[in-house]
Design a protein around this ligand. Structure first.
Ligand code: COA
Length: 331
């Protein structure tokens, strides 16, 4: 049996910056509040009309193919993790497959909110281990600005747009790649974090638009509390099962939800600060894309054999943790 390794990584962020000063001209907020409560200084926004998550996703995928020297025809499967699909149907995976010319690939979307990357990696891991597919792309593409209410000061500072993609392939070296993971769902979290309308429960009407129900609705305090305790418990479980103490972990890569959440989880795990990878200051919360975006930014630091613990939490609630050994040396 083979292990599933990440053999390449690439990302895309739109050029347009939305910084805290610009936000303070849109809603009643200020740089000091956002910096201390959320830890974000700026985020990228895809402003061009007619372009969605799929646009960013296909650019990340094309870059990934180019940087890894992979023939698009060799890709068997593309899994797209997104909460901001281009369309309610069909899948954004089918859009990206077409635009990136992955003519032999099958694909579908995964909706696991901010946990989308590690959940999709677990699916890729299962396919690789079963031998069903040999070259899989996991792409996380999130135009969060499409569901962010820029009149709601308690949510709009948090989110940003981005896409990131990894190539997942088999390796005979069983010390590399995905080693272990666990995932959970607690549907009682639904009322605390959701988009209230636009789904089959409450299809779009003039009224739902007027009530601004097509944006993220969030009860920040409840989400904060669960995010910290659930990322902590799943990380601890994975560490315990694999006899991983802090000394053995090279990098801790939490979902970049909020700097205070990252620090609270890191501190409770007693993770040395230099091992915690953080880029939220420049990106905001890019949902499923946040972990691979962070890995891509810091890939120059990551070496083959480095032990990485990732954890994520999102709407649902859904959360989990994954232990993976990096398989690429920096260029
Ligand atoms: C959203 C979040 C930053 C809000 O911080 P908080 O400390 O819980 O703040 P509260 O919502 O209790 O609001 C505190 C005060 O700040 C005010 N406030 C809210 N947003 C503000 C803003 N952008 N600028 C200035 N003041 C703001 C509130 O109105 C409130 O004022 P009041 O005390 O006069 O009523 C925080 O709850 C959080 O990070 N939650 C988790 C969010 C998250 O990560 N979600 C994604 C998970 S995947």
């Amino acid at each position: 049996m083979s292990n599933a390794i990440i053999s390449g990584i690439a990302s895309y962020q739109p050029e347009d910056i939305l910084d805290n000063q610009m936000l303070s001209e849109m809603v009643d907020t200020n740089d000091e509040w956002i910096t201390t409560r959320v830890g974000v200084k700026q985020r990228r926004i895809l402003r061009e009309e007619g372009k969605g998550s799929g646009y960013m996703g296909q650019l990340a995928v094309k870059k990934l193919l180019q940087e890894t020297g992979t023939d698009p025809q060799d890709i068997d499967l593309l899994i797209c993790a997104t909460s901001n699909p281009d369309y309610r149907f069909p899948s954004t995976a089918s859009v990206i497959i077409h635009q990136a010319n992955l003519n032999n690939a099958y694909g579908y979307d995964i909706q696991a909110a901010c946990a989308g990357f590690i959940v999709s990696m677990q699916a890729a891991n299962a396919y690789i281990k079963s031998g069903l597919y040999k070259k899989i792309i996991v792409v996380c593409a999130e135009k969060m600005s499409s569901m962010t209410d820029y009149r709601d000061r308690s949510t709009c500072p948090l989110f940003g747009d981005a896409a990131a993609a990894v190539l997942v392939e088999p390796s005979d070296d069983l010390s590399l790649g995905v080693i272990d993971a666990e995932f959970h769902v607690n549907g009682e979290g639904l009322p605390h974090l959701l988009m209230k309308a636009g789904g089959s429960v409450k299809p779009a009407t003039v009224e739902t638009v007027q009530n601004r129900e097509h944006y993220i609705y969030q009860e920040g305090r409840a989400v904060y509390k669960h995010a910290v305790s659930d990322m902590l418990s799943s990380s601890l479980n994975v560490m315990k099962r694999n006899n991983l103490d802090n000394d053995l972990i090279d990098w801790f890569v939490p979902h970049q939800a909020n700097l205070r959440i990252i620090e609270a989880v890191g501190d409770r795990l007693k993770m040395p600060h230099e091992k915690v990878l953080i880029n939220i200051q420049k990106t905001g919360n890019t949902s499923a894309a946040s972990i691979p975006l962070c890995l891509d930014e810091f890939k120059y630091k990551l070496h083959k054999g480095d032990k990485i613990l990732m954890t994520a939490f999102g709407a649902g609630f859904t959360w989990g943790a994954m232990y993976l050994t990096w398989a690429i040396n920096p260029k």
